[in-house]
Design a protein around this ligand. Structure first.
Ligand SMILES: [Zn+2]
Ligand SMILES: [Zn+2]
Length: 624
């Protein structure tokens, strides 16, 4: 460009010159990094400068800085407040004084289900931060009194009885007394569901309702269902029930998704790797996020995995291999391959309230062609595997396929791996695999320790061994059903090893420092989408994704970590969330009135009353 070195006449002309060149910003990422002061031979103007902060950059060249300059969605300069101001302040630059707050790179959840969660978020009641049975019951009461005709009150997982002071779930009698007339559905992780009398009636459950394969219905002396449904041996009965409830129309789903992503932004989350989940089919289930992306309204960067349907797994994988935009480098919305289920027979149900399931004998014969398809086509994938026994069998198949088909060079992920042994981790390392670790133990750790002993719980998951084996790892939540969605609860667990209802469960050698935990929550996820050169750090050339925290993550008491929130979250240089004195910098949130209007439409759809809502449930074996 001819005027590359010309003194800009004003912010706009300079900006438009650089705006043409996405390349210019990309090139910066590869060039040797320079401080703002050193690079300023021609005066440059930033869109926005954040100054007087305590930035933890995770950039080895400059790990701590006071200020950053942002232009065209990228970080262009870092340094002291004086340096950055001198180099980058100009006409039109917006300056935000952070008043000494801690700033971190935007958090990336390496395993979650936010696209699915967004589609129904406004229909659900969240218990992830509820601390007692009484509080839970009063939230049911309050929600029911505001419910419109036809509406359910539903808590769809994301909490554990161990987080309640009483260390128990509300009883059916308590739920029926709290809400006698509006149908209530409470899903506890993926282990059981509690339905009040109105919900049992709405579903048409009677003494004649047959017990489905994938579940157990508690019945009274006369054979009538009491309202307790248990996932035994799998979560089919719970999925079957959820499928009977009304859904939002497209307008409602879009509003719900925007509100859900704002909730994640308020934690400081700027990106997620979406692991699909039961019921998610590409492209139909992704139209809402596609639409938001087209209109530049996405506030969360998403890399999603194509998820097959039960009974159609190979067929769907084959379609995804051909049709998913696997080579897209769009930094806001792209596909990261397939999974977390490849074939349903390889899925081990991670319910620690139940005995470990043995994968069926047919598994290998189904997984092998699936893996062959992916390896031959060099398609990235992730695979759900909780127990060492399952992972070993999966690895044996993968080792065979990789021996037969050389040349695979994609990053691939084992999800969960709570009980992986050192020899298993060595095999994952040898195959170039990585592991996504979530804090499911916070919710289920007490149940795990009761079943397998506290000694086993010390090593579950074996994070220290993963590091020693050289396996790349990243952190996440597995929200919204198998656990809550707060990264701060997950960071607290990584650092302290503490779980709900117990003391420190995870052993010292498997906990990590605050900075290592932060790395797993930023650069870890960036690595899993092959974007470690543009995400996960606050450094020149990187995307301007960051969170200004309301408390200093590095110095607060460890038990205050779960309380941390973002005061200001930036994605691609846009402020997507603001709290306190930064509220006015963010766009206005989705209002309750707008949400209420979409719930009216939802109440009209949905529920059946045919006496056997579980007839199709056997296809839902997945607890993801
Ligand atoms: Zn999973
Ligand atoms: Zn999952």
């Amino acid at each position: 460009m001819a005027n590359d070195h010309a003194e800009p006449k004003g912010g706009m002309s300079r900006r438009s010159v650089l705006g043409l060149a996405g390349i210019a910003a990309g090139a910066l990422a590869l060039a040797p990094r320079q401080s703002a002061a050193a690079s300023g031979h021609s005066r440059s103007i930033a869109d926005r400068i954040l100054l007087n902060g305590k930035f933890t950059t995770l950039d080895a060249a400059r790990p701590q800085v006071e200020a950053v300059a942002v232009r065209d969605g990228r970080i262009v300069g870092t340094g002291s407040s004086r340096e950055v101001t001198r180099s980058w302040l100009g006409t039109g630059t917006e300056v935000v004084d952070l008043e000494g707050r801690r700033v971190i790179p935007g958090l990336i959840d390496s395993h979650a289900h936010p696209i699915r969660a967004g589609l129904s978020h406004t229909l659900e009641l969240d218990w992830s931060h509820v601390r007692s049975v009484n509080e839970a019951l009063s939230s049911l009461r309050q929600h029911a009194s505001a419910a419109q005709e036809g509406q359910w009150v539903r808590v769809v997982g994301g909490f554990s009885k161990y987080q309640f002071r009483e260390q128990r779930l509300p009883t059916l009698a308590e739920i029926n007394a709290a809400v006698p007339d509006v149908p209530v559905f409470v899903l506890h992780l993926y282990d059981r569901a509690l339905l009040n009398r109105a919900a049992v009636n709405r579903l048409g459950l009677t003494a004649d309702t047959p017990t489905p394969n994938g579940g157990w219905i508690e019945r009274d002396a006369a054979g009538n269902p009491t309202g307790l449904l248990v996932a035994q041996p799998d979560a089919a009965i719970l999925y079957g029930t959820i499928a009977q409830m009304p859904v939002l129309d497209a307008t409602g789903q879009e509003l719900s998704t925007r509100r859900y992503f704002s909730r994640l932004n308020a934690y400081g989350i700027t990106g997620a790797i979406d692991a699909g989940g039961g019921g998610m089919v590409w492209p139909d289930s992704y139209r809402i996020v596609d639409g938001l992306h087209e209109r530049n309204e996405l506030t969360l960067r998403l890399a999603f995995h194509g998820f097959p349907r039960p009974g159609h797994d190979y067929e769907d994988l084959a379609r995804y291999v051909n049709e998913l935009p696997l080579d897209s480098t769009d930094p806001m919305l792209k596909s990261n391959g397939v999974g977390e289920v490849l074939v349903f027979s390889a899925l081990d149900f991670e319910d620690f309230f139940q005995p470990r399931p043995e994968l069926p004998a047919v598994m290998e014969s189904q997984l092998e062609p699936a893996l062959r398809l992916l390896v031959e086509n060099n398609v990235p994938f992730r695979i759900h595997a909780t127990y060492d026994e399952s992972i070993k069998r999966v690895l044996k198949v993968l080792e065979t396929v990789r021996r037969d088909v050389p040349g695979y060079n994609r990053r691939w992920i084992v999800d969960h791996a709570e009980t992986a042994t050192r020899s298993t981790l060595d095999r994952i390392a040898a195959l170039g695999g990585s592991i996504s670790v979530q804090h499911r133990m916070v919710y289920q750790g007490v149940a795990f320790a009761e079943r397998y002993g506290t000694e086993a719980a010390l090593h579950s998951p074996p994070i220290g061994d993963m590091i020693a084996a050289g396996v790349p790892w990243a952190a996440g939540t597995d929200s919204t059903r198998a656990s809550g969605d707060s990264p701060w609860t997950a960071l607290w667990w990584l650092v302290t090893g503490k779980v709900y209802g117990g003391a420190r469960l995870l052993g010292r050698e498997h906990r990590v420092s605050r900075i290592e935990a932060l790395r797993a929550w930023t650069g870890g996820g960036a690595w899993m989408t092959s974007e470690e050169d543009s995400k996960g750090r606050i450094a020149p050339g990187y995307h301007a994704d960051l969170a200004v925290l309301n408390a200093d993550y590095f110095s607060v008491n460890e038990d205050m970590i779960p309380e941390i929130r973002s005061d200001l979250t930036m994605v691609a240089g846009r402020i997507v969330h603001g709290a306190g004195r930064f509220t006015h910098l963010a766009p206005p949130p989705v209002t309750d009135e707008a949400v209420a209007a979409t719930l009216t439409a939802a109440a009209a759809g949905g529920s059946v009353n045919n006496g056997n809502p579980f007839q199709d449930a056997s296809s839902w074996t997945c607890a993801c």
